[in-house]
Design a protein around this ligand. Sequence first.
Ligand SMILES: [Zn+2]
Length: 85
Amino acid sequence: MTEGLAMYAYRCGMCRSTSPQVHTRAAATQERYRHRKEFHGGYVPDGEKIIEPERFNFFDLPREQLIGGTILIAVLVIAATFRLL
Ligand SMILES: [Zn+2]
């Protein structure tokens, strides 16, 4: 997957093919519509899907960033707590 860019694609299970990647879900939906019309006479092919980019997960970060991020959040929470007191 290309880093930093959210990419979508349309996958047709019947044709066993995947569209080129696009930047928006709307563009992938448009590709789905075009594919259904052109290759399946407007019918919905079995096993079709929109491939979405994986959502950001904090725990997928590299270890040093995970530790750094946790310390940063802890410092901000502590600082905010003492400021309120
Ligand atoms: Zn198809």
